[in-house]
Design a protein around this ligand. Sequence first.
Ligand code: ZN
Length: 303
Amino acid sequence: MGRFSKTVIALLLLVGIAYYWLLVNAGPRGVPARPFDIAALRAAANAERGAKPTGITLATRRIPSASLAAGTGLRHVTSGVIAWRIETPGGGILLDPGLSPTDAEAMGFTRYNKAGMAVVDGWMDRAELILFSHAHVDHVGRFLDHPRFDDIAGKALITPGMLGGINALWRENGSHIAKTRDLGPIEAVAPGVVVIQTPGHTPASQMIYVQLASGREYIFTGDTASLAPNFERATPRSRLVSDILVPEDRPAVIGWLKGLKALKERNNALVLLPSHDADWVQENAATFGIVPEPGSGAKLPQH
Ligand SMILES: [Zn+2]
């Protein structure tokens, strides 16, 4: 074999290894599952009162599935930023109000739903409580940029660890946040709504368990599971994303994903809602009792 052929083979091998390591490998193996105690969640939820969740997709982009779910291939899926509202008698509870057009564009989202943004702003005006899965800009940005921020800030439940993440975003409004609240490992924050501490994607990441008046149960998984295959296969983000681009505690995330997978196997009616799986949420909205989002994504403004 000539030197050229050897070089080509060595290069191909390197590319193959890099591809496997960065986009396929779902390790480390042997991480124990982190258990979810559904009985404790139900007990903490104690009274139910919410109506169907409504989701609005604020921004979308097409990305290879493997980037957010290692080993699921290069098929493109729609990654969406979805803001959720649970209807309650007190004005509703918001989960992850999403991000503003400028941040959407900076993050590579190619479509932004401006009409949806106005609806989500109004949701925040009327809400009795605003919750976040974690303090990344695609989950807290629109809250921080709300045009009437000082009127809504007091309704947000922010843990001390999450405030650290918000301060790292360097928003003027972040310094207006006057109070934080420490939460236990699982803690009811409203009737039917329980926050679960799930550090891993960020040190202060949490999931939100919701039990509706109908008895239907949801867990909003935040970015621990951005796509459905994350919990269906207990596979984390690709190492390209989780080790390099958006570093996270990968073994902790794998532990939570194994826990979610086991929980779903034991409780099939429980709906796990991944944070960014716009296609999957759209396809399953009717089955999962989710109100279809009003309007569709509009193009980002041209410059
Ligand atoms: Zn996110």
